[in-house]
Design a binder for this molecule. Structure first.
Ligand code: SAM
Length: 243
């Protein structure tokens, strides 16, 4: 094994071709910082048709992934010492940035992707955590898995051109990031704020802090519930109360 290993159990390995054209992940694969090992569920299917799904007991619509192929695929994966298994499921815990940070300290993540109506209940015990990427239902766990691979990879040392870009990023704390501008100074009558042009770094820093709080108040007040004591220091500033 080299670098960080993502092992994905999926019925649609081709869905992961996307990661070969996805900036940070592609560069990290090229630099051997990560490996994405795809375990095709079909190869562990049963009988000459390599059956992986069946009708649900008790009746009802759709097909359910059988437990045997998932167990076989899972048991064929070499586990490292710092490994966790994640089950993609709309019934799971909502994915947060802090989860990605936590997992980026591991050296292997095994991801099980469901399909169709879902999976046999008896595979749930393979997972350390059951994760949902939002309160909506997709047709399979592949896009959720790619989201996790992407989100964890960009936190690994050496994967980003400038690790500083993670510092003030939205969801790194309970604040959203400040607005960004680049050239030209005026675009269709929309001007870059003067403070960003005048080169006074103290003032720029102060402006950005204010913008982070303003944005969060406007868009995601709910995030401020988890305001940390460090962030609470903002309340000591007069300008905070004018926002
Ligand atoms: N019948 C299931 C239910 O109502 O809970 C939904 C099955 S869904 C159509 C098929 C698979 O897609 C799931 O087993 C899961 O792996 C994946 N999936 C769908 N939505 C997801 C989400 N929001 N987060 C994570 N995985 C999801």
């Amino acid at each position: 094994m080299s670098g960080f290993n993502f092992d994905v159990i999926t019925l649609f390995p081709k869905a992961f071709e996307l990661i070969n054209n996805l900036g940070v992940i592609t560069r990290s694969l090229d630099k051997n910082l990560i490996d994405v090992n795809l375990h095709d569920l079909r190869e562990h299917g049963e009988g000459s048709y390599r059956q992986v799904d069946d009708k649900p007991y008790g009746g009802g619509a759709g097909m359910v992934l059988k437990p045997e192929p998932i167990y076989k695929a899972y048991e064929s994966i070499r586990k490292s010492f710092k490994s966790k298994t994640l089950l993609m499921s709309p019934q799971g815990k909502l994915l947060k940035q802090r989860d990605l940070v936590r997992w980026s300290k591991l050296d292997q993540i095994i991801i099980i992707c469901g399909q169709y109506e879902g999976f046999d209940e008896r595979i749930r015990c393979l997972a350390d955590e059951e994760i949902s990427i939002g309160d909506y239902v997709l047709s399979g766990g592949e896009i959720p898995a790619i989201s996790i691979i992407n989100g964890v990879t960009r936190l690994l040392p050496g994967t980003l051109g400038s690790p500083d870009s993670l510092k003030n990023e939205s969801h790194n704390s309970s604040l959203l990031e400040y607005p960004h501008y680049t050239r030209p100074k005026i675009f269709r009558d929309m001007k870059v704020p003067e403070v960003l042009i005048n080169g006074n770094h103290k003032k720029i820093e102060r402006w950005r802090e204010k913008q982070m709080i303003k944005r969060t108040l406007e868009r995601r007040k709910d995030l401020l519930k988890s305001f940390t004591s460090y962030e609470n220091n903002y309340c000591d500033n007069e300008w905070f109360w004018d926002l």
